[in-house]
Design a binder for this molecule. Structure first.
Ligand code: IMP
Length: 203
């Protein structure tokens, strides 16, 4: 049996663009929540990125009866006990600007240098199959928290995320390069491999 349709549980058009780009050669129709006619909000109350992605994927799968993918992502700063972690979007309040959130993280790392500023972006992607099975993948992008904001691209914590390997900030990367290196890109490509295996198994 061939997988014909997938719902990706997001309302974010930027994510949909990236998802469609990575999954395009699978010949599967990929719908956003809006395109699938689903308006429900799912609470992200899990303790890990994986849990949140699974909660979202399962809820939407139950509503739609289709194969559903969902993601959850965030920033982990080692010296801050992996904060903001699953609270990345909610850190200091949803409505607080990222200029303020980013400066707060820089301030909390005062006196720390080099490896003491290690951090990573994490993305978990879950697939909820209509038969009840779940698949989960995780991708990370390793780096350090910089000393100031740099770059105009990206969003969220990108302007303070320094990639030592490339000697630049995440907000200085083009979208194309970021998708190649990013936590989300990696998790998505791993999920693509899982979906290919699933199709072979269903045949
Ligand atoms: P969500 O996965 O859409 O819930 O996003 C979680 C939050 O993590 C975002 O609102 C950002 O604050 C942060 N985040 C996740 N991925 C990135 C990224 O690639 N760059 C910058 N911030 C990110």
């Amino acid at each position: 049996m061939k997988i014909k349709k997938i719902i990706f549980a997001t309302g974010n058009e930027g994510k949909m663009k990236e998802v469609r780009m990575i999954l395009k050669d699978l010949d599967i129709e990929v719908l956003s929540l809006k395109e699938a006619g689903i308006t429900a909000e799912v609470a992200e109350n899990g303790a890990t990125f994986e849990e949140n992605a699974m909660i979202k994927a399962k809820e939407i799968m139950k509503m739609s009866g289709e194969l559903v993918l969902a993601d959850d992502s965030g920033l982990e700063v080692d010296a801050l006990n992996k904060e903001p972690g699953v609270y990345s979007a909610r850190y200091m309040g949803y409505d607080t600007s990222y200029t303020v959130k980013n400066q707060n993280i820089i301030d909390r790392l005062k006196g720390k240098d080099g490896g003491e500023r290690s951090a990573r972006f994490v993305c978990a992607i879950a697939a909820a199959l209509p038969d009840g099975r779940m698949l989960v993948t995780r991708g990370t992008m390793e780096g350090e928290i910089g000393y100031e904001e740099r770059g105009e691209n990206g969003f969220g914590y990108d302007p303070i995320f320094y990639l030592p390997e490339y000697d630049c900030y995440s907000a200085e990367l083009s979208l194309e390069i970021k998708n190649k290196l990013s936590h989300r890109g990696k998790a998505l490509r791993m999920m693509k491999e899982e979906l290919i295996k699933l199709e072979e198994e269903l045949q």
